[in-house]
Ligand binder design. Sequence first.
Ligand code: GLP
Length: 233
Amino acid sequence: MKIIKVTDEQAGGKAGFEIFKEALENGAKTFGLATGSTPLTTYAEITASDLDFSKATSINLDEYVNLSTDHDQSYHYFMNENLFSKKPFAQSFLPDGNASDLAATTKAYHEIIENHPIDLQILGIGQNGHIGFNEPGTSFTANTHVVDLTDSTIEANSRFFASRDDVPAQAISMGIAEILQSKQILVEAFGKNKAQAVKNMIEGPVTEDVPASVLQNHDNVIVIIDEAAASLL
Ligand code: GLP
């Protein structure tokens, strides 16, 4: 893993932007995208730039189940708001959390990923070490699947909803096996509440109890962390 330490989230956004720019200049065609607060500064740098993604494909990591795409906490809404409306891609895929047949949807999403190999995947990390919505205990061999969110993730994400009860109990997530097939992976983490997860990801044993630890097995991972997130290393 290549570790880039930055002073704060703003500097992290600039560093993340440089990774996207370089990938695009090197011919990357498919970008794996993440939601959450972590990639926001990188997306802000991208939207303020003249980088052109109009010939590129994006594939998002995850989406809640049973949340309307126009709900302001749906990842469809998030991506339109923070990236796609300002920086359109030729095509953008997100899991369909409202599909009547979720099994068919996850299978179709796997095929989308197979047909569009991801050149650069950006990831945030959950406080419990999750990536995408792959919670602790998820098999490293899993492809896109329906996830029961853990209490800690529901709690962490409840800050974005009117109440804890409004947080969906399930999500669709790209699987760890698919994430690992990305040619390059960029992990970003900012703030003290990510310090333990960052330590476990980088220094801990590779274990399904800490999904992000699997990234130690990938040969092209860049980690951008601020001082607070790096404080336990
Ligand atoms: C969420 C998302 C993840 C994200 C993580 C951290 O539950 N499913 O993709 O990386 O949790 O979120 P944040 O960046 O807001 O801290």
